[in-house]
Design a protein around this ligand. Sequence first.
Ligand code: PEP
Length: 252
Amino acid sequence: MRKPVIAGNWKMYKLIGESIESAVSLKPLVANAFHAEVIIAPVYTALRSVADRLDGSNIKVAAQNCSVQNEFGALTGEIAPVMIKDAGCSHVIIGHSERRQFFAETDETVNRKVKAALGAGLIAIVCVGEDLASRDAGTQNVVVEEQVIAGLNGLTVSDMERIIIAYEPVWAIGTGRTATPVQAQEMHAHIRHLIAATHGNQVAEALRILYGGSVKPENIAELMACEDVDGALVGGASLSAESFAGIVNYTG
Ligand code: PEP
């Protein structure tokens, strides 16, 4: 049985005080969510303060990005995965479509970041997903397949225990347009088959594959009803503690 993961990506929203306030408000709202792992990803500057406030709770903290290396060095503006771990995080989101789109992140940098994150003892939430043109052209499976293969290149079976994949069709992120449960299930099953081919059935069966793209309290149950959907990566609807808790506490 795969334990679902519900992760909130706060993107570049909330100052430190607001991040603490949201995290503290969320705590009692999800305190009984034993059915799922709950993760929030505030901005870098708020990580330490939020992680301190959540210490001892069932909410874990993730960063939204990391550097490609753990070694300290002259890389102005970068944050190494070891520093993210040091700030109290257990997870890091890697290869979000906004990073690919606006910061020239490639499958190769995603792969380097994944390896660095694992090297620091973090769990990597690796994002993949096709854009609208690929979906319209019917090439979404090929696009996602390439991202998965390249992003996870060189990872061992034991590395895969600390990988979570988030399938986030770019056309569904922040647009209010969600993939249908059928579309989500199709892609998640495709990714799981792919991982079975690269790392074996046991790894594929244990792998959590999250859906991301305009997930809300109103649509989480139908997505979670899909056999291969193991949780959600939530952007906009994670900014309010109440709406994020509504997603965490979905009832099937
Ligand atoms: C995201 O940022 O990962 C995301 C899925 O955003 P939204 O839920 O707002 O579509």
